[in-house]
Design a protein around this ligand. Structure first.
Ligand code: ADP
Length: 626
C-alpha cells in the first residue's frame, strides 16, 4: 500500500516534470537547448585545464620538447577561449529565455483569473493557491520558473561527475604487478568508492528532509505575506492617506507592519537559516574529508612511484571536481525533486476546473428585442453556505417591462442579478430564455443580452472612452452620446485629453474622478453596450440629488424599449416601474405595481415606504421649523 502510493507519487512527479519541460519547450523553444548546451560546456571546461596542465607538467619533467609544449599551451588557451565564448552565448540566450518564462508564467495565471468561471473568482481558496505559487517563487525561487536552472545544475553536475570519473579512472584501475604496497591494492579503490557512496546516501537523506521542511514551512508563508502585502498596499494607496492622517493611524499601522515582519522572520527566516546552516555544515565536513583522503591516496601513490607528477595534478584535479560536482549533483537532484511539488501547485492552479456547463446554442438576434426570461422555482446557496440566498423564486420578465426589485440589505437582490447573468447557476429550479434553459445557450452570446451597472461596478485605468466602450477601438460619437445621456459628457470634454484621458492617477496624465462621476461613466458603459436587458443595481447611490433627479427623469428615455431591472432602496424612484418585487431573506414575498402594493398595510412594501416617507416628512417639518 505504502509502496503503491510512493510509485504513484513518483509517476505524478515525473508527469509534472514532463509537462513543465514540454510547456517551456513550446513557449520558449530556445531556452532548454541553450540550457543543456551551456551546462555541458560549463562542466567540460575545467577538465581542459586539468588535463592539459597535467600533460604540460609531464612534458616539463620529461622530454621538454618545445614544439610539443607550445602546442599544448596554445591548445589550452584556444580551447578555453572557445568554450568560454560559447558558454557566454548560451548564457545570454538563457537569460532572455528565463525572463520571458517569468512573464509567461505570471501572465498565464492572470489570464486564468480573467477567464475562469466567476464562481471560482469569488472563492478565497482560489486566490490563496495563486499566492502560494507567487510566494514560493519570491521567497524560494521555486516553481516552473526554476526548471531551466535546475536542469542546468543537474546536467552540469552530472557532466562534472562523468568527466571527472573519466579522468580519474586510471587511478583506480591501473595497478603495477610488481608492487605489493597497500596503495597498489584494488581494495583501497573499493574502500574509497564505499566511502563516497556512504556520504552520498547521507546527503540525499539530509537534503530531502531539508527541502521537505521548507515546502511545509511555505504553507505558513502566505498568511504572513498576505498581511505584509496588505499593509504594504495600504501605504501606497493614496486614497487611504486622508484617513491615516486625520486619525493619526501611522503608529498603529507601523506597529502592525513590524509585528508581521518579526513573525515572518521567526516562522520562516530564522528557523530555515538554522536548518540550512546545519545541513550545509555537515555537507562541507564530508566533502573536506573526502578531499583529504584523495590527497593522501594520490600523494602516496606518487611517492611510491606508481604515478607521474603530471598525473598527480590530473587525479587531484579530477577528484576534487568529482567531490564538489557529486555533492552538488545530489543537492540539485533533491532540489529538483522537491521543486516539482511547486510546479505541481502551478499546474493545479491552471487546471482549476470550470464548474459551469457550457452550452452551444446560439442566441437568436432579434431587432424587436423579443426576449422573455422566466425564473422557475429557482433556489440558490453560495458554495459552502448553508443558507439560501434565494429561495423558490418564480417570475417572468416580459419584453419591455420595467421591473423594480426592492428589499432590505442581504435579501438576495444582487444574487438575483448574478443568477440572471449566469455568474452562478442555481442548485434548484431553472432559468429560461424564450422557453429554453439558459445553460444551453452559448455563454458569450447570452451575456451579450445584458448591460449591468453593479452596485460595486469597477472602472479601469484605461482612457475614459475605452472604459465606456470596453474596447480599444470604438465609436467615439456613440461614446460621447452615451456619456452625455448619463450626464457626464461635459466633465469628460473638460478633461485634458477628452475621451483619451486615462482615468485614475496611475498614469502621470491620469485624472481622478469622484464616485458620482464614476457611476455616471459606468451607466454610460451600460448604454454603449446597448443590450436588450438593462440592469441597474443601486445606480444612483453615489450621485448627488440633482444628478439623481436627472437620471430618473431621463430613465424612460435611457431605457427605451429595453427590458429593465432596477434595484433601489429609494422606493420613490421605483414607483414608476410596471412591476415591483419585494424580496425578504431570499424570498419574493410581494409583487405588483406601487398602487397595488401600497394598499397592503401589513406588507413589507408598505412598511418600507412609510419608513422613507416618514423620513422625508420629518426632514421637511424640520426644514420648515428652522
Ligand atoms: P442584497 O443585494 O439584497 O443586499 P445579496 O444578494 O448581495 O443581497 O446577498 C444575499 C445573501 O447572500 C446575503 O446573506 C449575503 O451575505 C450572501 N452572499 C452574498 N454574496 C455572497 C458570496 N459571494 N458568498 C457567500 N454568501 C454571499
Amino acid at each position: 500500500m505504502h509502496r503503491n502510493t510512493y510509485t504513484v507519487t513518483i509517476k505524478n512527479k515525473l508527469h509534472v516534470l514532463w509537462r513543465g519541460l514540454r510547456l517551456i519547450q513550446q513557449k520558449i523553444p530556445s531556452l532548454l537547448p541553450a540550457t543543456v548546451a551551456g551546462a555541458l560546456l560549463k562542466s567540460f571546461s575545467p577538465f581542459i585545464t586539468i588535463y592539459l596542465t597535467a600533460r604540460i607538467i609531464d612534458e616539463l619533467f620529461g622530454a621538454k620538447s618545445v614544439p610539443r609544449l607550445t602546442l599544448l599551451v596554445s591548445l589550452a588557451v584556444s580551447l578555453n577561449l572557445i568554450v568560454f565564448l560559447l558558454q557566454k552565448g548560451m548564457e545570454r540566450i538563457r537569460d532572455t529565455g528565463n525572463y520571458r518564462l517569468l512573464y509567461y508564467g505570471l501572465i498565464e495565471m492572470d489570464q486564468l483569473i480573467l477567464n475562469t468561471d466567476y464562481e471560482n473568482v469569488e472563492k478565497p481558496d482560489f486566490h490563496l493557491k495563486k499566492q502560494k505559487i507567487e510566494e514560493a517563487f519570491q521567497v524560494k525561487y521555486s516553481g516552473i520558473w526554476r526548471l531551466p536552472d535546475l536542469a542546468d545544475l543537474l546536467i552540469s553536475n552530472l557532466g562534472t561527475v562523468i568527466f571527472s570519473i573519466g579522468l580519474a579512472f586510471p587511478l583506480f584501475t591501473t595497478f603495477s604487478s610488481g608492487n605489493r604496497s597497500f596503495f597498489n591494492s584494488p581494495w583501497l579503490a573499493v574502500l574509497f568508492l564505499g566511502f563516497i557512496l556512504l556520504s552520498a546516501t547521507y546527503s540525499v537523506v539530509a537534503n530531502t528532509r531539508f527541502s521537505k521542511a521548507v515546502f511545509r514551512k511555505m504553507g505558513d508563508v502566505p498568511s504572513v505575506n498576505r498581511a505584509f502585502s496588505f499593509y504594504g498596499k495600504m501605504m501606497q494607496d493614496y486614497h487611504r492617506g486622508k484617513d491615516i492622517r486625520i486619525y493619526q493611524q501611522q503608529k498603529l499601522i507601523d506597529k502592525a507592519y513590524k509585528d508581521f515582519q518579526r513573525k515572518s522572520l521567526q516562522t520562516f527566516g530564522i528557523e530555515m537559516a538554522k536548518m540550512q546552516a546545519r545541513f550545509l555544515g555537515t555537507n562541507a565536513a564530508i566533502s573536506s574529508l573526502i578531499s583529504g583522503f584523495v590527497y593522501l591516496f594520490v600523494g602516496m601513490k606518487a611517492l611510491v612511484g606508481l604515478i607521474s607528477i603530471g598525473s598527480v595534478v590530473q587525479y587531484v584535479g579530477a577528484i576534487s571536481q568529482f567531490t564538489s560536482g557529486f555533492s552538488e549533483l545530489i543537492k540539485s537532484s533533491t532540489d529538483s525533486w522537491q521543486n516539482l511539488d511547486y510546479v505541481k501547485l502551478y499546474f493545479d492552479f491552471l487546471d482549476t476546473p470550470n464548474p459551469k456547463y457550457k452550452g452551444t446554442l446560439p442566441v437568436e438576434k432579434r431587432s424587436d428585442n423579443d426576449y422573455e426570461i422566466e425564473f422557475k422555482n429557482v433556489s440558490f446557496r453560495y458554495p459552502g453556505s448553508e443558507l439560501y440566498a434565494l429561495k423558490n423564486l418564480s417570475l417572468k420578465m416580459k419584453i419591455g417591462q420595467h421591473l423594480a426589485v426592492v428589499g432590505r440589505n442581504g435579501s438576495g437582490k444582487t444574487t438575483f442579478i448574478k443568477l440572471l447573468c449566469r455568474l452562478y447557476d442555481p442548485q434548484e429550479g431553472e432559468i429560461l430564455l424564450n422557453g429554453i434553459n439558459i445553460k444551453k445557450y452559448d455563454y458569450q452570446e447570452y451575456l451579450n443580452l445584458f448591460s449591468v451597472v453593479f452596485q460595486d461596478f469597477q472602472l479601469f485605468a484605461f482612457s475614459a472612452g475605452q472604459n465606456v466602450a470596453a474596447d480599444i477601438a470604438y465609436d467615439r460619437k456613440r461614446a460621447i452620446d452615451c456619456l452625455n445621456e448619463a450626464g457626464v459628457g461635459s466633465r469628460i470634454r473638460k478633461m485634458p485629453r477628452g475621451l483619451d484621458t486615462p482615468l485614475y492617477k496611475i498614469d502621470a496624465d491620469g485624472v481622478d474622478i469622484s464616485g458620482g462621476e464614476a457611476q455616471k461613466i459606468a451607466i454610460a458603459r451600460a448604454l454603449y453596450k446597448n443590450a436588450p436587458f438593462i440592469v441597474l443595481d443601486e445606480p444612483t447611490a453615489a450621485l448627488d440629488p440633482v444628478a439623481e433627479f436627472e437620471i430618473y427623469s431621463k430613465f424612460q428615455e435611457i431605457v427605451g424599449n429595453k427590458t429593465a431591472i432596477y434595484i433601489s432602496h429609494r422606493l420613490s424612484s421605483c414607483r414608476f416601474c410596471d412591476n415591483i418585487l419585494v424580496f425578504d431573506k431570499g424570498e419574493m414575498i410581494q409583487s405588483g405595481s406601487h398602487d397595488e402594493l401600497i394598499q397592503d398595510e401589513k406588507g413589507q412594501y408598505y412598511a418600507l415606504w412609510q419608513a422613507q416617507a416618514q423620513y422625508y416628512k420629518e426632514n421637511n417639518e424640520q426644514a420648515f421649523s428652522s
